[in-house]
Write a protein that binds this ligand. Structure first.
Ligand code: NAP
Ligand code: ZN
Ligand code: ZN
Length: 350
């Protein structure tokens, strides 16, 4: 075993504190990574504060990891010491089920292993559950490591490892592109990357945000239209307009109001994962043969494809770099929708 410095939450209502954790010895297929930056995803907050009800403590979140390879196992072929690499939400899967064979490891029917808070043998992670990227080092099987193209800085690339692929995957699946009207609900970490990617794919992009406060940024990032959902007129004006609506909101929303904004055969994709169930009226689906769907991150091949796409289109996340001491206050600001647009921890401060 080797040790790493990390920031851990000791309990759901505690504060982050500096700890020393162990990482496994390098196996033949493993890559050791010196973490440089770790993004703060709202899923980190849902988990750290036990909003999904299954958190083990101490909890070290972090699944938007960018860093440099420091060592490789004897069988590693894809990476060398010094390579710029990323790790997202997944660190293992069965590799045998049909989703795994199709490169959709996130839907592994035998249960994917998430980068933090996932049960694993003690030999994989001492303590018996995974510890994430708010740390100085991590050891990951090379199949779950992606290459960060040289055109993207490690700091602005880190959030792409979750936020980027979480938006890229449904935008590709539901064919966002020229001639398609796409709305993104929420201009947060996921939403702002979604605006950039959807615009780069050629779709006509509308942002549906609580207010017009971030309008200029949204238009600069590639949106053509920007509406405030606090204004009831928005829902009257946009009725029946969109082919695809992507909901990135971390809180409960009146889903019926948004379903009515879909055109015939339109789809509303749920990405946001608030703790409470949502309520949907059948008439709003049946009326225009609308679909309500969901999507979970993306597989490893698609994560690499997304990074290459972002590098080719000059897309990175817009970030505020923070020191590890500031994680607690950053969490409060994310919950208050007061982040432009992703906090990224400089792990030199861990
Ligand atoms: P975030 O940065 O906090 O962004 C969420 C945005 O939602 C906010 O910026 C805000 O945008 C809007 N919002 C927040 N509270 C709201 C409220 N009460 N009513 C209306 N709008 C509200 O969070 P994130 O990191 O992008 O993550 C968003 C959600 O996606 C979380 O639930 C997270 O767990 C989930 N997630 C899912 C996946 C997946 O694979 N499906 C992957 C990653 C994250 P405006 O200020 O513009 O209104
Ligand atoms: Zn995430
Ligand atoms: Zn599988």
């Amino acid at each position: 075993m080797c040790t790493a410095a990390a920031y851990a939450l000791p309990s759901a209502d505690g504060s982050f504190e500096k700890v020393t954790i162990e990482r496994r010895e390098l196996g033949p297929d493993d890559v050791a990574i010196d973490i440089k930056y770790a993004g703060i995803c709202h899923s980190d907050i849902h988990t750290a504060r036990n909003e999904w009800g299954s958190t083990k403590y101490p909890c070290v979140p972090g699944h938007e990891i960018a860093g440099i390879v420091t060592a490789t196992g004897s069988a590693v072929r894809k990476y060398q010491v010094g390579d710029r690499v990323g790790v997202g939400c997944l660190v293992n899967s069965c590799g045998k089920c049909s989703p795994c064979l199709a490169g959709e490891e996130q839907y592994c029917t035998n249960g994917a292993t998430w980068t933090y808070n996932s049960p694993v043998p003690e030999t994989t992670q001492p303590g018996g559950y995974t510890l994430g990227g708010y740390a100085t080092q991590i050891v990951v099987d090379e199949k779950f490591v992606v290459a960060i193209p040289t055109g993207i800085g490690l700091d602005v690339a880190a959030p792409l490892l979750c936020a980027g692929v979480t938006l890229y995957s449904p935008l590709k699946h539901w064919n966002a592109g020229p001639g398609k009207k796409v709305a993104i609900i929420g201009m947060g970490g996921l939403g702002h990357v979604g605006v950039k990617i959807a615009a780069a794919l050629g779709a006509e992009v509308t942002v549906l945000s609580q207010s017009l406060r971030k309008r200029d940024d949204g238009l600069r990032m590639g949106a053509t239209h920007y509406y405030a959902t606090s204004d009831k007129q928005t829902f009257r004006q946009l009725r029946g307009q969109f082919d695809l609506i992507i909901n990135t909101v971390s809180a409960d929303l009146p889903i019926d109001d948004y379903l009515r904004l879909l055109a015939l055969d339109g789809t509303l994709v749920i990405l946001g994962l608030p703790e409470h169930p949502m309520r949907v009226t059948g008439f709003n689906l049946a009326g225009f043969r609308r679909s309500l769907a969901g999507s979970m991150i993306g597989g490893l091949a698609q994560t690499q494809e997304m990074l290459d796409f972002c590098a080719a289109h000059g897309i990175g996340a817009e970030i505020e770099v923070i020191s590890a001491d500031d994680i607690d206050s950053a969490y409060d600001r994310v919950v208050a929708s007061d982040v432009q647009y992703r906090f990224v921890i400089d792990t030199a401060t861990v």
